[in-house]
Design a protein around this ligand. Structure first.
Ligand SMILES: *Cc1c(COP(=O)(O)O)cnc(C)c1O
Length: 426
């Protein structure tokens, strides 16, 4: 941890021995061979460390997870097949039927669906709170059965910045952890554990992979939340797991390992949403340049946001690092080096003007994606968020003419010129 994040992006998580491959090897094997049943039995009992089946653990995935844990400053991490799998497992690991979540209302559309609809069918209730709510409003959202608080460092697509300290303090007052989705900020720009968050999730599909190549997710534990201190709230971690011959995760694996061990040995075992070794390898290639790419994404986005803010054809611009933005103060505090590559804005003339603008772009293409090397744009109200009612859209910070532009790594002047020519045509 005393090395810079730049060095750790390149090298953390894998240190080859003498004569071993320099690059993380892709262990494309579902299973692993043992000399005796007893040797394998010890692995099943979680008494020895090792590999036996890639639905549980795989060496390639473990190296890359270790890098992400290092970058976030956590004690352990798990890779998942997608960001949605990471979000679901991070919450469901501590919040089952009969439980309740407090979530920021400005979250990713998929996360909103997961909490508001799918997890409700599983018996979990959610209360959404505005990210700008007062401490009193936040306190009022908690119930005796609340198990965690959830928010996004920079919300996709609303681009509000979470007041991590405020949300962490509220969570801890009520004896539960704060889970932060750090996808947009990445650990290069913000490490939520430094501000009191307990668990971090990622859609590694975005900046971490960075090239639109491989779906994936990650869950990182800070090791800071004391499950035993709140044992009655988290029986899954503090009482014997019958499906694992009576292991008590918090006792056996301690504060730094209990949460992620339970995710792997119970939830991923039973539900199966693993990341493939091949995808983990691609993810690691992305991570090796994360510290170089993220500042460039931010530089491009700030230039585009500044240009848009001077255009008469734009009703409003949202970019946390743009002076005057509603989240500017929070961004200065939590994201002093830059926020992300995504800018959202409302084109004057409503929904049809927004659509015309997008179709006139030449460098940027229309895609359901963000945080990619290639600039892309999307109209959330008619795509990712189209299942939401107008009221839900408003609470999520999304207007009908809002365009979300994800600035890639192309030349800054080319991106600004592209936006300018498209606005001319509106
Ligand atoms: C994309 C995204 C997700 C979901 O990730 P997938 O990899 O697409 O499953 C979750 N949170 C945020 C903030 C995202 O941008």
């Amino acid at each position: 941890m005393d090395q810079s994040i730049d060095t750790r992006c390149v090298q953390a998580g894998y240190t080859p021995g003498n004569g071993e491959p320099r690059q993380v090897p892709i262990i494309q094997s579902t299973t692993f061979k043992y000399d005796s049943s007893d040797a394998m039995g010890a692995l099943f009992d979680l008494e020895a460390e090792g590999y036996f089946y890639s639905r549980l653990q795989n060496p390639t995935c473990d190296h890359v997870a270790a890098k992400i844990a290092d970058l976030e400053g956590g004690t352990a991490a798990v890779l998942t097949g997608s960001g949605m799998a990471a979000t679901f497992l991070a919450v469901f690991n501590i919040c089952e039927a009969g439980g309740h979540i407090v979530s920021s209302s400005t979250v990713y559309g998929g996360t909103f669906n997961l909490f508001a609809h799918t997890m409700r069918k599983m018996g979990v209730e959610v209360t959404f709170v505005s990210p700008t709510c007062t401490e009193e409003e936040l306190d009022a959202a908690f119930r005796p059965n609340t198990k965690c608080v959830f928010g996004e460092t920079i919300a996709n697509p609303a681009l509000t910045v979470l007041d991590i300290e405020k949300f962490a303090a509220a969570a801890h007052r009520h004896g539960v952890p704060l889970i932060v989705d750090n996808t947009f900020a990445t650990p290069v720009n913000c490490r939520p554990f430094e501000w009191g968050a307990d668990i971090v999730t990622h859609s590694t599909t975005k900046y971490m992979d960075g090239h639109g190549g491989a779906l994936g997710g990650a869950i990182v534990d800070s090791g800071n939340f004391d499950w035993m201190d709140h044992a009655e709230k988290f029986p899954g971690l503090t009482t014997p797991d019958e499906s694992y011959h009576g292991i008590v995760y918090a006792e056996r694996f301690g504060q730094g390992g209990a949460y992620t061990t339970k995710i792997v040995s119970q939830l991923i075992r039973d539900l199966g949403p693993v990341q493939s070794p091949q995808n983990a390898y691609y993810l690691n290639l992305g991570l090796e340049s994360l510290h170089v790419r993220v500042p460039r994404h931010c530089e491009n986005a700030l230039a585009v946001a500044k240009f848009l803010s001077t255009s008469s054809k734009i009703d409003s611009v949202c970019y946390p690092s743009l002076p005057g933005d509603a989240s500017y103060e929070l961004a200065q505090k939590y994201l002093p080096q830059g926020s992300c590559g995504v800018v959202s804005f409302e084109v004057a003339g409503g929904r049809s003007a927004a659509v015309r603008f997008m179709e006139a772009l030449k460098v940027a293409s229309i895609e359901t994606h963000v945080a990619d090397a290639r600039t892309c744009c999307l109209h959330p109200a008619s795509s990712t968020h189209r299942q939401m009612t107008d009221e839900e859209l408003l609470a999520a910070g999304i207007g009908p003419s809002m365009v979300r532009l994800s600035c890639g790594l192309e030349g800054t002047e080319d991106l600004v010129a592209d936006v300018a020519q498209a606005l001319e045509l509106v």
